[in-house]
Ligand binder design. Structure first.
Ligand code: PAF
Length: 282
């Protein structure tokens, strides 16, 4: 496995590799890797000759400096995990390598970056779009892999790639869950034992919402019931439960075949998100 900390030698390596007919798959991460990330690498390995995984805790996407400071960093463990799954290239730059000058570029995706996560984390998606643009320009992959857990992020990246004519196909990989149903997240390691146990309320809340909606319950009532249910677990606080059209993420109160439920909230001090397509089994 090749490890690069700097952009120039990574680009030189990839340019050399591209002299033969190769397909490059890209998995952008912020490290603290878990099975969810490894599923992205595995998906990439199936479809490409070379998989590049980036590990970079991107400061421009954190609207809360405490959240950035507390973001877990486990680089040597991450590198070992990537070796085990046969990832060919790791790119783990320092912040100064990625952001040489103070950066003032801002992205505006209309309503797509103002709703849901955008409402609770102002500026977050502009930072994501900035770093994803930079990474796609550095790696120039044929395909890039994103987890369905960050559904809004994936929708926004698809729009970014289409609007800015990147030659990269964006591939969404299903959520990987713990045995009890909690969506895997790098943030889960920060949960206390009690909050870890209760955090599964978000997943059960999604299933409760799905069952109620399919039984014809009005969405306002579903929201109130899921809030009551989640917050009956100690330390759990619901930020939103939303129903949207998964094709364009427009918010709605009506169920269709394309509907997706999205949930976000706190388990203690840790903010978690999850989602469920109404057609999903689990
Ligand atoms: O999903 C993430 O881990 C990050 O938002 C990403 C896509 C790596 C950009 O920093």
């Amino acid at each position: 496995m090749q490890i690069f900390k700097e952009i120039r030698p990574l680009k030189a390596f990839l340019q050399q590799a591209k002299k033969s007919p190769v397909a490059i798959g890209f998995v952008p991460t912020m490290g603290a890797l878990h099975q969810g990330h490894l599923a992205l690498v595995e998906a990439s390995k199936k479809e490409n000759t070379i998989t590049v995984c980036s590990i970079f805790v991107n400061p421009t996407q954190f609207n809360n400096p405490d959240d950035l400071a507390r973001y877990p960093s486990t680089l040597s463990n991450d590198v070992e995990l990537l070796k085990k799954v046969g990832c060919e290239v790791v790119f783990c730059p320092a912040a100064a390598e990625m952001y040489v000058h103070a950066n003032h570029i801002k992205f505006d995706f209309g309503s797509l970056d103002k709703i849901l996560e955008g409402e609770f984390r102002p500026g977050h998606f502009s930072g994501v779009a900035l770093v994803v643009s930079k990474l796609l320009n550095i790696v120039t992959p044929q395909r890039a892999y994103f987890g369905q857990k960050d559904f809004q992020q994936a929708a926004l990246v698809k729009k970014l790639v289409a609007d800015l004519n990147f030659d990269t196909e964006i591939i969404l990989v299903p959520i990987v869950r713990e045995a009890d149903g909690l969506a895997m997240s790098s943030r889960n390691v920060r949960l206390t034992t009690e909050h870890r146990k209760n955090a599964v309320a978000f997943y059960h809340g999604l299933h409760k919402a799905k069952a109620l909606l399919l039984a014809g319950t009005d969405f306002d009532k579903v929201q109130a019931e899921v809030k009551r249910f989640c917050e009956s677990h100690a330390g759990i606080q619901l930020e939103y439960l939303a129903l949207a059209d998964s094709t364009n993420l427009s918010l709605t109160k009506n169920v269709t075949e394309q509907s997706i439920l999205l949930i976000a909230g706190y388990a203690g001090e840790v903010r978690l998100i999850d989602n469920l397509m109404l057609t999903d089994e689990n």
